[in-house]
Design a protein around this ligand. Structure first.
Ligand SMILES: Nc1nc2c(ncn2[C@@H]2O[C@H](COP(=O)(O)OP(=O)(O)OP(=O)(O)O)[C@@H](O)[C@H]2O)c(=O)[nH]1
Ligand SMILES: [Mg+2]
Length: 389
């Protein structure tokens, strides 16, 4: 799975990315700091089954376990800021959106303090909705460009879909998206820009949903703006998230240095090192922020996208159902993020294609039952695949 971090310049995208990954990305208070994409790995949280199974611990290989919370890896990419008119080449243009081709969902970082405009320059009372609308529009126009070039003059649907295949958009998805917005496309792409844009937005909603992160919530005035924004979002059936990427980044760095004990996404932390006086004061401010907001918001947004928007669950393939381990005796070594509805045989494919070819069944290790190929997996399942010799 891959999450893209997008938005206008200077909103805190790279700060969000760094907070989520602890990769050192360039962060600065001016537009277009990021020019080439930053890539990294972040994690979603899930209760580690070793706790419910009464085991002393586990030996994660592809993931981590922190105090009984399994941290499962998810790819994340931070791209350059996008400005209105980017599809016509303004700012850095929108060619860098190619970096998002593989993304499953996007996080749009906006500045809830309202102190930066759409170009990323200092402002007062910036319109947050305008920011949300423009981004969807620009990304939709990027898709329109790809579709139009592919479809050619005849506007063929198959050709349009072929040009979108690198974005994992099929003809079937195009048809379904057209159905979502009541467009008739049996004889090809819509002929006018309004229709094309409508179609592109519907495609985007299915293929790459955008979740808005109202960032810089630690700045004075942001809360009031967020309250108004969230109310409007609710009326439109959308969810709005508040966060402070700066707080999350500072906490993770302090944890890395051994100053505090902090599990990403936590509502609190414990001071375990010896902070200096200014550090102590900053930590107190951050503790108050976490208490007020129930966390920094960064991890909550990532978890929500993966589990709710992308409907993922975590499953744990093992080779030894008695020791919950692989053949080396490593306990619960792998945590796989899969879509809801994934079957036992599909999991076998993800582990190894040969395992799927020789698939004869699977064991639901927690429930001690044998299941068949079409058995639908549940979140937290521990599964042993049975294969013929
Ligand atoms: N107070 C506060 N400042 C923040 C927060 N997140 C980011 N910033 C500041 O906002 C400025 C821009 O941050 P970046 O992460 O570089 O923003 P960006 O969106 O990646 O910017 P571009 O790469 O230029 O598009 C920096 O001065 C950050 O320190 C936050 O949560 N709170
Ligand atoms: Mg940046």
């Amino acid at each position: 799975m891959l999450i893209g971090v997008v938005g206008a310049p200077n909103k805190g995208k790279s700060t969000f990315f760094s907070a989520a990954t602890l990769v050192d990305a360039q962060i600065a208070n001016y537009p277009f700091t990021t020019i080439t994409a930053n890539r990294g790995v972040t994690y979603v949280r899930s209760p580690c089954p070793h706790v419910a199974l009464g085991l002393k611990g586990c030996n994660p290989k592809n993931s981590k376990c922190a105090n009984g919370v399994r941290l499962v890896p998810v790819g994340i990419v931070d791209v350059a800021g996008l400005v209105p008119g980017a599809h016509e080449g303004r700012g850095l243009g929108n060619k860098f959106l190619d970096d998002l081709r593989q993304a499953d969902a996007l996080i749009q970082v906006i500045d809830a303090s309202g102190m930066t405009d759409l170009q990323g320059n200092p402002a007062q009372g910036a319109d947050l909705w305008e920011e949300v609308r423009f981004l969807e529009e620009e990304i939709a126009l990027w898709l329109v460009g790809i579709m139009e070039r592919g479809a050619g003059r005849a506007g063929g649907l198959r050709e349009a879909a072929a040009s979108l295949s690198g974005l994992k958009i099929s003809e079937e998805l195009l048809r379904a998206a057209a159905g979502d917005c009541g467009l008739e496309i049996s004889d090809g792409l819509p002929k006018n820009m309004d229709g094309l844009c409508l179609l592109a937005k519907a495609v985007l909603r299915r293929r790459m949903p955008i979740v808005v992160a109202c960032n810089k919530m630690d700045v004075e005035g942001a809360e009031k703006n967020f309250a108004a924004f969230a109310q409007k979002a609710q009326q439109e059936g959308k969810k709005a998230f508040a966060c402070s990427a700066a707080v999350e980044l500072a906490l993770r760095k302090a944890a890395e240095k051994g100053i505090i004990d902090y599990v990403p996404g936590g509502k609190e932390f414990k001071i375990v090192g010896a902070p200096s006086q200014p550090q102590q004061e900053a930590l107190e401010r951050m503790a108050a922020f976490l208490k007020k907001h129930g966390g920094s918001g960064v991890q909550q947004i990532i978890d929500w996208i993966v589990y709710h928007k992308l409907r993922a669950i975590v499953v744990y393939p093992v080779e030894d159902e008695h020791r919950f381990s692989n053949h080396k005796g490593e306990v619960l070594p792998d945590a796989f993020l899969v879509r809801q509805g994934t079957t036992a045989k599909q999991l076998a494919f993800m582990v190894h294609s040969e395992l799927a070819q020789k698939f004869i069944g699977a064991i639901d290790v927690k429930r001690h039952i044998r299941v068949g190929a079409d058995h639908v997996l549940e979140d937290g399942d521990v599964i042993k695949v049975l294969a013929s010799h």
